[in-house]
Design a protein around this ligand. Structure first.
Ligand code: BV8
Length: 244
């Protein structure tokens, strides 16, 4: 990688008033959280439609809960890596927004706050009948599967967005508002899942300079002004170190 790519990005970040970062599973790969489509990826052993959909849950809530409980147990053994820590360092910077597609909670554990959790959180549960507000539950392993609502006894579900489900309106509003930015930085996502994958296009329409950090090329390539083909846990600390 030419250092000029890092210098270009560092220079843009230094001058930017508003920076929006979108992360995907690739930022948690170095922490040991399987990505969705990489080798040993989460979907490798299952098909998304088999597990991460309302239909799958209605058909077999225990199977879907077993998958989430397995993921929760795995994630609980993982620690944030340098990519999460570097992004947490941007916390509180005026005009900075972190949008994540990840449900693993590693950005929060690294210290990031006010995150736009585009697809929710694996650590949040909610009653399928909506009898009460969603609640946080960090228990691993879960004592009983499928999980029941502690208030009404109906089924509980993971507080994540499944395929075929819409993004929370408030979340979508916050994400959309952050697209009026100077730099849109996409990190560790294959840019295959919509509407998250469409955010870079919308940012470009607002005049943002779009850059991607990913060892592999992705579906966003046509929108990008710069590609840094490197792992996030190496590239982010390097660039932030250069951008002052
Ligand atoms: C919606 C939460 C409107 C759950 C996730 C047919 C029926 C219904 C819907 C659709 C349909 N056809 C298309 C759709 C739309 C669908 C979609 O986009 N499907 C895709 C597959 C084509 N989208 C939806 O359904 C969305 N809702 O559209 O609502 C609607 C309503 C009703 C009916 C129709 C439409 C909701 C999508 C949300 C799904 N939930 N997660 C859970 O986690 O259990 S998706 C999940 O995969 C992630 O959250 C993430 O968003 C997504 C993509 O994964 P990535 O994060 O990009 O990870 P991936 O493994 O793919 O890539 C990792 C990347 O990292 C790679 O590029 C790799 O090179 C890179 N990498 C690896 N190591 C590193 C690295 N990069 C940097 N550093 C490293 N070290």
């Amino acid at each position: 990688m030419l250092t000029s790519h890092f210098e270009q990005l560092a220079d843009r970040l230094r001058k930017a008033q508003r920076i929006t970062v979108l992360t995907g599973a690739g930022v948690s790969a170095a922490s040991g959280v399987p990505t969705f489509r990489g080798d040993g990826g989460l979907w490798k052993n299952y098909k998304a439609e088999d597990l991460a959909t309302p239909e799958a849950f209605n058909r077999d809530p225990r199977l879907v809960w077993e998958w989430y409980d397995w993921r929760r147990r795995l994630i609980s053994t993982c620690k944030p890596n340098a990519a999460h820590v570097t992004l947490a360092g941007l916390n509180g910077r005026p005009g900075f927004t972190l949008i994540t597609q990840n449900v693993d909670g590693l950005h929060e554990r690294a210290g990031s706050q006010d995150i736009v959790r585009f697809h929710g959180s694996i650590w949040q549960l909610r009653c399928v009948d909506g009898c009460c507000e969603p609640w946080d539950d960090l228990t691993v392993p879960l004592p009983e599967l499928p999980v029941k609502c502690p208030r009404c006894g109906a089924l509980a579900r993971p507080g994540v967005v499944w395929f075929g489900e819409s993004i929370d309106e408030g979340v979508l509003r916050r994400a959309t508002a952050s697209l009026e930015c100077d730099v849109f930085l996409s990190v560790g996502t294959s840019s295959l899942v919509y509407p998250a994958a469409g955010l870079v296009h919308a940012a470009k329409q607002h005049g943002a300079w779009a850059v991607e950090i990913n060892p592999a090329s992705t579906g966003a390539a046509a929108e990008l002004d710069l590609v840094i083909a490197a792992p996030a846990e190496e590239a982010l600390p390097k660039v932030m170190g250069m951008s002052g």
